[in-house]
Design a protein around this ligand. Structure first.
Ligand code: ASP
Length: 363
């Protein structure tokens, strides 16, 4: 056997066994989808049944919109966009209409998307007139010349691309203004005022096996001086790579940037998958020189592994003093949530009939 053919045979054997083991018990979904609508301090007691039903309905609508795209064979990126568009238009969430206020009483919006096929990405920060910042982030990615646009330049780019603009007053809501006023009056932090963060995000695996991620937010109440959170920072709040996972985060952005949460999770998963494959290939063909090929290592990304990696990285956020959560989707279709707050608005759906939304820890 030539070195090349024995390497190929060993990889095939590794692939066959690794794919059979985790997936035999549970059929791999053809598509998989997960969303979040923010994480934060929320208590069952403080939420009326009516309010809870409103949030659950909004989450279900966003989940269904993305799932419909994937069911019909649409792309992961289209599914992410479909879900986030709905949540941006819904004032209950801190993205698009309903965004939180800056210290100066403005709504400055951030968003990002990333395509796991080639790690192309688009992000915008500090926009004040674009009705759906997720569309602008996607246009930045599609245009391809730059990854991250800010403020006036981003608005100019939006005009060039014909993206719908609105008067800044469109984003205003009484609830978010009151939160800012309370913060100023009581001199409390955004965390005390803005009990739930409310950022929105989605991650998708389509039938072609591609991953995508997107996140959109108004940031944190009372942010100043052009502050940028993690959501539009590729690698912090948003990341997608077909070799490992798609992630969207929500929480205290400063900590997510410092930990590089989204990319850290994906990198750990990519290396864990490789390690598992290498170990297997080594055992299967002791004297052959066998490595792993791009993509093949992902068959080792079981739910347990994905959950523990997400939890480990979130533990680092907590150790530094931050809080929030992530949604993580692996190429196998495994979708996990990890959060260190009392709740996270969230949902997931798969081709195998899963369709669930939840709010509190333990739901
Ligand atoms: N992560 C966002 C930020 O820091 C806030 C949030 O998730 O609600 O801007």
């Amino acid at each position: 056997m030539t070195a090349l053919s024995s390497r190929f045979a060993a990889l095939c054997a590794a692939f066959a066994i690794l794919i059979a083991a985790p997936l035999a018990a549970q059929e791999a979904p053809k598509w998989s989808f997960a969303i979040h609508g923010g994480a934060g301090t929320m208590s069952r007691e403080a939420m009326t049944p009516e309010r809870r039903a409103e949030y659950e309905a909004a989450l279900q609508a966003a989940l269904d919109a993305g799932a419909a795209v994937l069911r019909e064979g649409g792309s992961a990126m289209d599914a992410v966009e479909a879900a986030i568009l709905l949540m941006e238009d819904d004032p209950k969430f801190n993205a698009g209409k309903g965004a939180v206020y800056t210290w100066e009483g403005r709504n400055e919006l951030d968003a990002a998307v990333m395509d796991g096929r080639d790690r192309s990405a688009g992000a915008v920060t500090g926009v004040t007139r674009v009705r759906n910042p997720i569309l602008l982030a996607r246009a930045v990615m599609t245009d391809g010349r730059h990854v991250f646009l800010s403020g006036a330049g981003a608005e100019e780019f939006a005009r060039d691309k014909g993206i719908t603009a609105v008067d800044p007053a469109y984003f205003e809501t009484d609830a978010r203004r009151e939160a800012l006023e309370r913060m100023k009056a009581e001199q409390v932090s955004a965390l005390d005022v803005d009990l739930k963060f409310g950022t929105v995000g989605a991650v998708a695996l389509d039938q072609a096996g591609n991953l995508a991620a997107g996140t959109s937010t108004g940031g944190m109440t009372g942010k100043r001086w052009g502050r940028i959170g993690d959501a539009p920072v590729i690698g912090a709040g948003t990341y997608a790579d077909n070799r490992s996972c798609a992630v969207s985060a929500t929480g205290w952005g400063e900590y997510f940037i410092r930990v590089g949460v989204a990319q850290e999770i994906c990198t750990r998963l990519r290396l864990s998958g490789r390690l598992a494959l290498d170990e297997f290939a080594e055992a299967a063909s002791a004297d052959d020189e066998v490595g792993s090929a791009g993509g093949v290592e992902n068959v080792a990304l079981t739910e347990g592994l994905v959950q523990s990696v997400a939890d480990d990285v979130m533990a680092e956020v907590a150790e530094l003093g931050g809080d929030g959560g992530v949604i993580v989707l692996a190429p196998s279709g495994v979708a996990v949530f990890s959060f260190n707050t009392s709740g996270m608005y969230r949902g997931r759906a798969t081709s195998e009939g899963v369709s669930e939304v939840a709010i509190f820890r333990g739901d």
